[in-house]
Design a protein around this ligand. Structure first.
Ligand SMILES: NC(=O)C1=CN([C@@H]2O[C@H](COP(=O)(O)OP(=O)(O)OC[C@H]3O[C@@H](n4cnc5c(N)ncnc54)[C@H](O)[C@@H]3O)[C@@H](O)[C@H]2O)C=CC1
Ligand SMILES: CC(=O)C(=O)O
Ligand SMILES: [Mg+2]
Length: 372
């Protein structure tokens, strides 16, 4: 199969779909790889490394899209990329379709076979291709929040860990999954006063075991959310209902009632965000202020530490990329229920139920759509 890797085009997104080492593995499996010029340049994966791994370097994204049987990317395709996709071509990348009708229509129109990293599952009930980036974003969320709490950034002027004789900052983490756990590890490590809310008691039991009291666990409901959001200096939003638009758990009224200079970091913004006042931002302009509360809503946080993120992402995505290339999409999807769960759009049909439901579109079960 001919596998194509275009350069990412979102603002300050420097991750790349395949590392030189992943390219080498593809070639060892008998495939050909074309990589757009300078696709990995900013993170030290220069073209010479891709050539040494066996890839061909091509000048433009158009050439990658025109020639490749499978496109391996990182972020969801932008409008110009959707236009270059074609019928039967595999697109393997993050999609986050539920809150994005424009991209959904673009992919439907293209006729491509779109496998979303974020909905591929594993036998442990997890999301193995989302997890590495959630680890990164969860850890970064505390760095971003600590920075936003500084005076010059509109924050309350608080140091997360406090100092002897002065109380630490209060950090509330909504959602105790991969993002929440990694955020809590960083916040606890910095000495903050940490509370994690989740609606799953089982998850809270696991977190209690992990943190042994260093982070408190609270069941999430309207009352506890209000209490712990209003009492926090920094709130991290890390909830997920797989494939669906994020629930708006923090209302506009709650945001208005927070003290001046409080900080909200909405990691769930890629699924539309869990604060009523969230709107996606970029690494170029990561924060904005509503009712004197600082909001950080970067939808591609791991792009800020693109080298670590690319390596972590490839560790998880490569085995499935190889399966798609080795077997072709029909057999690879038919053989593996977990990869099949990643299929969101196929040949003009929406094959992921939560996306269809959130956008009032017809739903075709994935197995039916691939004719397996
Ligand atoms: N902005 C960015 O750059 C990035 C964003 N993300 C996003 O972060 C979000 C979280 O991802 P993960 O931690 O991997 O998901 P996860 O599935 O590991 O954890 C989500 C948690 O939210 C909990 N939850 C769901 N509804 C809830 C509610 N109403 N109240 C309280 N808790 C609730 C679940 O029980 C679960 O424990 C996703 O939207 C993901 O796409 C992930 C990586 C990067
Ligand atoms: C998961 C995601 O949105 C990202 O890594 O950018
Ligand atoms: Mg206020």
């Amino acid at each position: 199969m001919l596998v194509g890797v275009p350069k990412e085009i979102k603002v300050r997104e420097y991750r790349v779909g395949l590392t030189p080492s992943s390219v080498r593995e593809m070639i060892a499996h008998g495939h050909k790889v074309i990589v757009q010029k300078n696709a990995g340049y900013e993170i030290g994966f220069v073209d010479e490394m891709y050539v040494a791994a066996g890839a061909e370097i091509v000048e433009t994204a158009k050439e990658v899209f025109d020639r490749a049987d499978m496109i391996v990317k990182v972020k969801e395709p932008q409008a110009v990329e959707c236009e270059m996709l074609r019928e039967g071509q595999i697109l393997y990348t993050y999609l986050h379709l539920a809150p994005d009708p424009e991209q959904t229509q673009g992919l439907i129109k293209s006729g491509c076979v779109a496998v979303a990293y974020e909905t591929v599952t594993d036998k442990f009930g997890g999301l193995p291709l989302l997890a590495p980036m959630s680890e990164v974003a969860g850890r970064m969320s505390i760095q971003a929040g600590a920075h936003a709490l500084e005076m010059k950034n509109g924050g309350r002027g608080l140091l997360l860990g406090g100092v002897p004789g002065v109380a630490p900052a209060k950090v509330t983490i909504i959602g105790g999954g991969v993002v929440g756990t990694n955020a809590a590890r960083m916040a606890v490590g910095m000495g903050a006063d940490v509370v994690i809310l989740d609606r799953s008691i089982r998850r809270l039991q696991q977190l209690d075991d992990i943190f042994k009291g260093a982070a408190k666990t609270i069941v999430s409901n309207t009352g506890t959310l209000e209490e712990h959001v209003l009492g926090a200096d920094l709130v991290i939003g890390g909830v997920l209902i797989p494939g669906a638009a994020a629930p708006k758990l923090v209302t506009r009224e709650m945001v208005s009632a927070m003290p001046r200079g409080s900080v909200l970091v909405d990691v769930a913004i890629d699924q539309g965000g869990c604060f009523a006042t969230s709107k996606a931002t970029t690494h170029e302009n990561p924060t904005y202020i509503v009712d004197e509360v600082v909001h950080y809503c970067v939808a591609n946080m791991p792009g800020g530490v693109a080298r670590t993120s690319t390596l972590a992402l490839n560790n998880a995505t490569l085995p499935f990329a190889l399966a798609l290339a080795d077997k072709g999409w029909k057999k690879a999807l038919a053989d593996d229920e977990h990869l099949l769960n990643g299929l969101n759009i196929a040949n003009g049909k929406v094959t992921y139920e939560a996306v269809a439901r959130d956008q009032n579109l017809a739903y075709t079960p994935a197995r039916e759509a691939i004719g397996a």
